[in-house]
Ligand binder design. Structure first.
Ligand code: ADP
Length: 495
C-alpha cells in the first residue's frame, strides 16, 4: 500500500492528509498557528511557524497511520493564496513576516495606481482587479520598508514566494525556488495570456525579476524532499492554490463545470476552458489548472459573508446555539414570511463590489419571528451565490448545468436544497468534503502515475448526494424579486 500526502496550508491552520488509491482521505492531522495583527489594517503570519506547523502535522499524520516516507508515492500542496513571503537566498531566512491576503496596508497604494490609470492594463494582463489582496503591492511594500531589502534584491539575494513556493523551498532544503501557475496567477505580476512573468508589471512595481520563482504546472515533479521529516526523498509532484485545488478535487475538468465552497464566505470557480474570458461583471479571470499540455482558465467570484451570517445568528443575535441549529429553525416556518436579510456586513463582493453597502433585514411585520430571520439568513447565502452564477453565465456565454459544492455550510440540507431551487439546476455534494486536499493529492498522484488519467479518477470517486430543483420558476422569480429589492436598498448605504 502506498499513499499520497497532501499538505493543506490554510489561513488559520496547516493540515496534512493521507490519500489512498481510491482517492479517499484515510488519515488527517491539523495544527493551528498564530495570527499577528500589528495594526488594524494588517494581518501577518510568521513564515517559520507556517513551516513548523506544516511539518509537524506531516510527522503526526504519518505516525498516526503507522507509515514512513517509503510509503509515500508523492506529495501535493494546496495553500492560502496571495500571501507574500520574502526570504534571503543565501540563508533561507525570511526578512519579514508573511503578509497575508487579508492585509489592507497597501490599499492606498492601489488607489494611487488606479488614479494613475493603470487598472485597466493590470486587468488586461493578469485577469485580476487592481487590489491590495494580491501579492504585487505587498512585495513592493517589503522592498520599500524593510531595511536593506532593496539592496539585497538588487544583489540577487532575495526570493519572493507565495506559501506554496515557501513550502517547496523548505521541503527541498532550499534547492528549488518554484511556484505553480495558479499561485503565480494571483500575484498581479503574471501575464495569464503568455503564461509568463510580465516585465512591464515588474517595472511598474519595481520588483527585480531575479526575486521571482520559476513557474511550473500543477502536476509535475517539482523537486524531492531533503528534510529530516522524510527519511527518503519523496517527489513533490503537485501544487495549486486552495480554490483551484478544490476545482480539481471536485473533478471540474470539463469546460462549464463549476464548484462553490461554502465557508465563512463563498468561493465560486467556473472552468471556462482553454481561453481566458475577461469579465464585465467584476469577476476575476484566472488559471484553473495546468496538467500536461492542457491549461484550463477559470472565472472566480468571492462572496464575503456566507457562513459568517450564520455565525452572526449564533454570536450576535444569539438565536441559535450551534450553526447547524439554523436548519431546524428555518424549517420550522413554511417560508420566509416576506423577510429578506442582506448580509453586507463588510460591503459586498462579487458581482457587486460595493464597499459602501451595509447589512439589512427588511420585510419585517408583526408576525416575524426568529425563524423567519434564520431562514432569511440561509436564503441570503443562496441568493448571493445565484447572483455570481448569473454573472458567470453572462460573462462566459455558457450554460451552467450543475454546481458542485463543498465547505462547512454544505452540511445544511435546507441551504443546499434552496440553492438548487433558486438556481434551477442540480447541486452535487461529495461524500467527503476534503476537496481542497484531495485536489492537491490528485495533481501529485497524476504526475507520478499513482493514477493513470483524469478519466480513471472519475471512476474512483463516488458517493455524491444530488439535490434537484423542487419549486417552480415562477415562484423563484417572485422570491428573487424580493431579494433584488432588498439588495438595492442595502447598496451604497454609507455613501
Ligand atoms: P472556513 O474554512 O471559512 O473557516 P468552513 O468550511 O470550516 O469555513 O465552514 C464554517 C462556516 O460554515 C461557518 O461560518 C459556519 O457558521 C458555517 N456552518 C457550519 N455548519 C453549518 C450549518 N449546518 N448550517 C449553516 N452554516 C454552517
Amino acid at each position: 500500500m502506498s499513499f499520497i500526502l497532501a499538505l493543506d496550508q490554510g489561513t488559520t491552520s496547516s493540515r496534512a492528509l493521507l490519500f489512498n488509491e481510491e482517492g479517499n482521505a484515510v488519515a488527517t492531522s491539523q495544527q493551528e498557528f498564530t495570527q499577528h495583527f500589528p495594526d488594524t489594517s494588517m494581518v501577518e503570519h510568521d513564515p517559520n511557524e507556517i513551516w513548523s506547523s506544516q511539518i509537524s502535522s506531516v510527522s503526526a499524520v504519518m505516525s498516526k497511520h503507522g507509515i514512513s516516507s517509503k510509503d509515500l508515492a508523492a506529495i501535493g500542496i494546496a495553500n492560502q493564496r496571495e500571501t507574500t513571503i520574502v526570504w534571503e537566498r543565501s540563508t533561507g531566512n525570511p526578512i519579514y513576516n508573511a503578509i497575508v491576503w487579508q492585509d489592507r496596508r497597501t490599499a492606498k497604494r492601489c488607489e494611487e495606481l488606479e488614479s494613475d490609470g493603470v487598472g485597466e492594463l493590470i486587468s488586461k494582463k493578469t485577469g485580476l482587479l487592481l487590489d491590495a489582496y494580491f501579492s504585487a503591492t505587498k512585495i513592493e511594500w517589503i522592498l520599500e520598508n524593510v531595511d536593506g531589502a532593496r539592496k539585497a534584491a538588487e544583489a540577487d539575494n532575495l526570493c519572493f514566494g507565495t506559501v506554496d513556493s515557501w513550502l517547496i523551498w523548505k521541503l527541498t532544503g532550499g534547492s528549488v525556488h518554484a511556484t505553480d501557475i495558479t499561485n503565480a496567477s494571483r500575484t498581479m505580476l503574471f501575464n495569464i495570456h503568455s503564461c509568463e512573468w510580465d516585465d512591464e508589471l515588474l517595472e511598474l512595481f519595481t520588483i527585480p525579476r531575479s526575486m521571482l520563482p520559476k513557474v511550473v504546472s500543477n502536476s509535475e515533479t517539482i523537486g524531492r524532499t531533503s528534510v529530516d521529516a522524510f527519511a527518503t526523498d519523496v517527489p513533490i509532484a503537485g501544487s495549486a492554490g486552495d480554490q483551484q485545488a478544490a476545482l480539481v478535487g471536485q473533478l471540474c475538468f470539463e469546460q462549464g463545470s463549476m464548484k462553490n465552497t461554502y465557508g465563512t464566505g463563498c468561493f465560486l470557480v467556473l472552468n471556462t476552458g482553454d481561453k481566458p474570458i475577461p469579465s464585465r461583471h467584476k469577476l476575476l479571470t484566472t488559471i484553473g489548472w495546468q496538467i500536461g499540455d492542457r491549461t484550463a482558465y477559470a472565472l472566480e467570484g468571492s462572496i464575503f459573508v456566507a457562513g459568517a451570517a450564520i455565525q452572526w445568528l449564533r454570536d450576535g443575535l444569539e438565536i441559535i446555539k450551534k450553526s447547524e441549529d439554523s436548519e431546524k429553525l428555518a424549517r420550522s416556518v413554511e417560508d420566509n414570511g416576506g423577510v429578506y436579510l442582506v448580509p453586507a456586513f463588510t460591503g459586498l463582493g462579487a458581482p457587486h463590489w460595493d464597499p459602501h453597502a451595509r447589512g439589512l433585514i427588511t420585510g419585517i411585520t408583526r408576525g416575524t419571528t426568529q425563524a423567519h430571520i434564520a431562514r432569511a439568513a440561509l436564503e441570503s447565502i443562496a441568493y448571493q451565490v445565484a447572483d455570481v452564477v448569473e454573472a458567470m453565465q453572462h460573462d462566459s456565454g455558457m450554460t451552467i448545468s450543475e454546481l458542485r459544492v463543498d465547505g462547512g455550510a454544505t452540511s445544511n440540507d435546507f441551504l443546499i436544497q434552496f440553492q438548487s431551487d433558486v438556481l434551477g439546476i442540480p447541486i452535487r455534494r461529495p461524500e467527503s468534503v476534503e476537496t481542497t486536499a484531495r485536489g492537491a493529492a490528485l495533481l501529485a498522484g497524476l504526475a507520478v502515475g499513482f493514477w493513470d488519467s483524469i478519466d480513471a479518477l472519475k471512476g474512483e470517486i463516488e458517493g455524491d448526494s444530488v439535490f434537484q430543483p423542487s419549486i417552480s420558476r415562477e415562484k423563484v422569480q417572485k422570491l428573487k424579486q424580493g431579494w433584488n429589492t432588498a439588495l438595492s436598498r442595502a447598496m451604497h448605504w454609507d455613501n
